[in-house]
Design a protein around this ligand. Structure first.
Ligand SMILES: [Zn+2]
Length: 129
């Protein structure tokens, strides 16, 4: 991900803010400036639901170096109760026990720790509800 996008999306990602197009009602996470449905530019920001369900998922067995010690782990597309969708890791459950349709809630968790600096990055992960 390019640096400018990381900074632009930092606040909505930490606060779980979604955008909703006032023209057609489409939801986006993270919020965007132009609706990809109707090209509308009136986008309101609101908090995303903290609960939802697993829409689809995959088990990561060969991970990037920063996550190599966590394999196997699950990454899922969630559909939140308000209809917003997001991609996140599912944790606190064995990967083989995850099912589509499973109820989950978001929790603020440690995502990774940078090797040399020791800086810890936090974000949201899904856990069974
Ligand atoms: Zn729209």
């Amino acid at each position: 991900m390019i640096t400018a996008r990381v900074w632009r999306e930092k606040k909505p990602r930490y606060l779980n803010q979604i955008g909703r197009c006032k023209g057609c009602g489409r939801l986006f996470f993270p919020p965007r400036r132009v609706c990809d449905g109707c090209r509308g530019r009136e986008i309101e920001t609101r908090a995303m639901s903290e609960t939802g369900r697993v829409l689809t998922y995959t088990i990561i067995r060969v991970a990037p170096p920063a996550f190599a010690q966590e394999v196997p782990y699950a990454v899922a597309v969630l559909e939140m109760d308000d209809g917003a969708r997001m991609l996140t890791q599912v944790t606190d459950v064995a990967p083989e026990d995850i099912r589509t349709g499973m109820r989950v809630r978001l929790e603020f968790r440690k995502i990774r720790q940078h090797g040399r600096t020791g800086v810890i990055a936090y974000g949201h992960k899904a856990v069974p509800e």
